[in-house]
Structures are given as structure tokens and as C-alpha cells.
Write a protein that binds this ligand. Structure first.
Ligand code: B16
Ligand code: MG
Length: 220
């Protein structure tokens, strides 16, 4: 029986991932006079702010000192928050409101397992704060995704074992993290590289609790 659902945020609850990459692109254009290719986005998805910046600097072949690194990360976050200005409940991805309602109808507890330090702020903007029983704090875990820490912390916050939970993700690193935590990985999205997920839906609109429950029981 599924007892908990551990949710990623960016790309699962709302499509804020496009804003993340837009903010990185603007930063790189301004400070390095360079353009980031589309395929770099997948490498920054689900990955912490600092790790995303490392991926980008690696791509650019740039090294910066610690002070500059922090300043760049801060500047990106300020720009990202600005892009979130108009975020509202209508921006919740298709199917997510119903999926949350179906989980709650089955007494399945909900926790946020996002790498984003802006998670609580975004939930508030989407009027979803009350829907979640717990929010795992990414600032309090040792290692970010693809390490399992945030999913383990989210299960713990619900007083559950990861094995009794599903994790829902859109990112390669996130699915790896769920699998390593022991939770049952459910991937959403059209990325062809989510094949390591136990179950995959092409989009959030297709998330189906009955299908997940069946697959979960078979796997357990
Ligand atoms: P922040 P998720 C992740 O959120 C994003 O996918 C990733 O692009 C971002 O770098 C990371 O959060 C950190 O976000 O800069 O807001 O702390 O997909 O794990 O919900
Ligand atoms: Mg995500």
C-alpha cells in the first residue's frame, strides 16, 4: 500500500524549470557573452543552484573564485524570483490538482522533495501550501539529487519509510535519487532518458493513481 507521495516541484507541480533556464541564460549572456545550448537544460534540471552553476561554468570552460561564484548564484536567483512574479494557481501543471485530490482521498500523505530553496515560496504562490503535510528542506540535506537525501528526508518528515512511498520526478537526477532512496519512482515528461524510472507517464496530465498503485504492488 502506498502511504506517502514525495513530489518534485519544478517540472512536476509547475513548469518553473523554463524560468530557471531562462535566468541562467540571461546571466551567461550578461557575464560571459555566451549562449547556452538547449540540451544543457536537462543537465541542470533537479540539480541544486550551485551544482547547476558548476555544470554551466564547465560547459563554458570558465573558472571563477568563490566570491564571484556566490554572486553569480545570487544574481541568477534574484532574476529567477522576478520571473516568478506572475506565477499563480493557473500555472499548476495539467492533472496535478486532480492527482493530489486522488492521493488525499486514499489517505496518502504528501511531502515536497524539491531541490529548490524557493519551494515553500512557490507552493504559496500556487495556493498549494496546505495540500502538503511536509516540506523537506534542501538546505538541511548533505547531498543534492542524484543523491537520495532529499527523498529520504521527505519520507522521514512524514514519519514513513521511503519503501512505502512513491516519488514523482521530471529529471534524470531526480529519478536516480528516488531509486537510491528506496521509494518507487514515477517519472513524468517527454525526456527519453527517464527510462530508469519504475513507471513513466508522458506528461503530468496522464498521471494515474490506479495505474501507479498496481505497479507499486507488483514491485513490492
Ligand atoms: P533554487 P526541483 C530544482 O527543483 C530545479 O529543477 C533546478 O533547475 C534548480 O537548480 C534547483 O531546483 C534549485 O533551485 O535555485 O530555486 O534553489 O526540480 O528539484 O523541484
Ligand atoms: Mg524537477
Amino acid at each position: 500500500m502506498i502511504k506517502g507521495a514525495l513530489f518534485d516541484l519544478d517540472g512536476v507541480i509547475a513548469d518553473t524549470s523554463v524560468y530557471h533556464f531562462q535566468a541562467w541564460r540571461d546571466l551567461v549572456a550578461k557575464h560571459f557573452n555566451a549562449t547556452l545550448p538547449d540540451d544543457l537544460e536537462a543537465k541542470t534540471k533537479g540539480v541544486s543552484r550551485g551544482d547547476s552553476l558548476r555544470v554551466i561554468l564547465d560547459y563554458l570552460g570558465e573558472t571563477v573564485d568563490q566570491v564571484t561564484f556566490e554572486a553569480l548564484a545570487d544574481e541568477k536567483n534574484t532574476a529567477y524570483i522576478k520571473l516568478l512574479d506572475d506565477l499563480r494557481p493557473a500555472n499548476i501543471l495539467p492533472g496535478i490538482t486532480d492527482f493530489i485530490a486522488n492521493l488525499k482521498a486514499q489517505n496518502i500523505k504528501l511531502a515536497l522533495a524539491s531541490a529548490s530553496l524557493n519551494g515553500p515560496y512557490i507552493l504559496e504562490k500556487l495556493a498549494l501550501s496546505d495540500a502538503f503535510d511536509a516540506v523537506a528542506n534542501p538546505a538541511e540535506v548533505t547531498s543534492g539529487k542524484p543523491a537520495p537525501d532529499i527523498f529520504i528526508a521527505a519520507a522521514q518528515a512524514l514519519n514513513l519509510e521511503p519503501q512505502d512511498c512513491i516519488g514523482v520526478e521530471d529529471a534524470i537526477a531526480g529519478v536516480t535519487a528516488i531509486n537510491a532512496s528506496g521509494a518507487f519512482s514515477v517519472a513524468v515528461g517527454d525526456a527519453s532518458d527517464l527510462s530508469h524510472a519504475k513507471l513513466h507517464f508522458p506528461s503530468t496530465a496522464e498521471l494515474n493513481l490506479a495505474t501507479i498503485q498496481k505497479a507499486f504492488e507488483v514491485a513490492r
